[in-house]
Design a protein around this ligand. Structure first.
Ligand SMILES: [Zn+2]
Length: 504
């Protein structure tokens, strides 16, 4: 390949900027999950203390005001009724408001005293979670219980997870980042405790945490995936549009070392595309992440078979970009955000899942800022292709028609181009009609204005009654006020005529 590879990322750029060795993420300003949390901890702590102080002060003030009002109303033996009712309502409201403030800061809720752990006596403990109790999450609950049963502390783990999930459902109105923080804190606390309990067997802890994540996130998914309070959806549409406008980017421009003429390679490419698209259909962050990993492995295979040697990281990223461009995965940004917010952080910070996910984030960032030079094109060429005025596929280079599949693809491209041209022509025609209509409308307005003007001009100066009286027999006043309300006609009324008309 003679072209210079423009898309390149140093492996160190994928790592946390604090130099701790974990993978970083753009969502955490280049930090890993751990450093990001550390960084924010103090800030958050301060915020929480301030919020508490504010809540306490408000409560104190309200109590003082209440006491003061009580003192003032006490001496008068006849308090005004509506006021006392208002007071009553206020005092009733007070505890609930303070309660909602408290709720914001405590992750734990009053859990049900009697948590039945036995699947037989309580087949569906999720029924109390209202609209979340789908058959699907009941199955998850049963599987979760079955998984925990053999564990000594299984009952306790289940109790905590259920209480936590229920408390989070009540909090669904809070900011998603805060929501994410609560979930991450829960993961952290639980895994810390499990680590002590299992005497440091991290493998064992991990397997429990996987099930915990699944149980919690299946329940919370609807409330926290692409929530309305964020601009996730806007970002989804933006990247989708961006990818669509880059449809003309070729394998050669990205210097992707993949030869799709080889059946095994094209098979791997198709599988990679399918996997990254499938990510959207999963609800558990870990399952979404697994799609990214599977996609990446197919990419590595495609490169390996094409180049007949092991793929390097430098080959991987451009190929991943190519796959993402071809797939245009649905709700891409929402999925990335969801994984970042709700996946068990340890999985994002290390291991192959973390590595591939970081690369995916990187690929999306590249796609957002892709320009001429990064595709070995001049800025002018890039602009022409982006605006659709030219296409690298069109006119078709005759030499490229050597193979049957190549020419079939080219025919398809040409057909699409023809279709687009046809659409362009039709759009032009519609625009032309619209312009014609607009000018007709202007002509018509002028004509009416002229007619009105000529009628007004023909009026003798001192006519007591306007001949504007309508067919329905409206009074002159109503008719003239109708004229008055119309701006165009009002402008046409000669100013000196007006007082005379109304005087009559
Ligand atoms: Zn770090």
């Amino acid at each position: 390949m003679s072209q210079r590879r423009a898309i390149h990322v140093d492996p160190s750029e994928l790592l946390c900027t604090k130099g701790c060795g974990f993978y970083g993420n753009a969502a955490w300003q280049g930090l890993c999950s751990k450093c990001w949390r550390d960084e924010n901890q103090r800030e958050k702590q301060k915020q929480i203390q301030e919020d508490w102080a504010l809540a306490e002060r408000l409560q104190r003030e309200e109590e003082e005001a209440y006491a003061y009002r009580q003192q003032r109303t006490q001496p008068h033996s006849t308090p005004i009724k509506p006021l006392s009712k208002l007071e009553e309502r206020k005092t009733k409201e007070k505890p609930s408001r303070v309660n909602s403030v408290t709720k914001l800061f405590t992750a734990k809720t009053p859990s049900k005293k009697d948590v039945s752990f036995d699947a037989h006596s309580s087949p569906s403990p999720s029924s109390s979670t209202g609209r979340h109790s789908s058959a699907d999450s009941d199955i998850t609950t049963k599987e979760f219980i079955d998984f925990l049963k053999p564990l000594k502390s299984g009952r306790e783990i289940f109790k905590q997870c259920r209480a936590f999930t229920e408390s989070m459902i009540y909090k669904r109105d809070i900011e998603v980042d805060e929501f994410s923080e609560c979930v991450q804190d829960f993961y952290q606390n639980l895994s810390d405790r499990l680590l002590t309990q299992f005497k440091g067997s991290s493998e064992h802890v991990e397997s429990v945490m996987d099930e915990v994540e699944k149980y919690i996130m299946i329940r919370l998914y609807k409330d926290v995936f692409c929530p309305e309070t964020t601009d996730d959806e806007k970002k989804d549409l933006a990247i989708q549009k961006r990818i669509r406008s880059l449809h003309w980017v070729t394998i050669e421009m990205l210097c992707v070392p993949v030869d799709e003429e080889i059946p095994e390679v094209s098979d791997s490419v198709v599988k990679a595309i399918t996997d990254v698209i499938e990510m959207d259909s999963k609800r558990v962050p870990k399952d979404k992440l697994a799609c990214v990993t599977r996609c990446s492995k197919h990419i590595f295979n495609a490169i390996k078979v094409s180049t007949k040697e092991a793929a390097s990281a430098d080959d991987f990223l451009p190929t991943l970009i190519y796959i993402v461009l071809k797939a245009n995965p649905p709700r891409l940004q929402s999925n990335i955000q969801y994984i970042t917010r709700f996946c068990n952080p340890s999985r994002l910070m290390t291991g192959e899942d973390g590595y591939y996910f970081t690369n995916l984030c990187c690929a999306v960032a590249f796609i957002e800022k892709l320009d001429g030079p990064s595709l070995n094109l001049s800025p002018e060429e890039f602009e022409l292709y982006m605006s659709g005025q030219a296409s690298p596929h069109w006119p078709p280079p005759t030499a490229a028609c050597s193979s049957a599949t190549g020419s079939a693809a080219l025919t398809q491209v040409n057909q699409s181009m023809d279709l687009l041209t046809g659409l362009g022509v039709r759009q032009e025609r519609v625009l032309e009609k619209a312009r014609q209509m607009e000018s007709d409308l202007i002509d018509w307005t002028d004509e009416v204005e002229q007619k009105v003007q000529s009628v007004l001009d023909s009026l003798p100066a001192g006519t007591p009654e306007l001949p504007v009286t309508t067919d329905s027999g409206t009074t002159p006043t109503a008719a003239s006020s109708a004229i008055d309300s119309d701006n165009v006609e009002n402008e046409l009324l000669p100013p000196p005529l007006q007082p005379q008309v109304f005087a009559g």
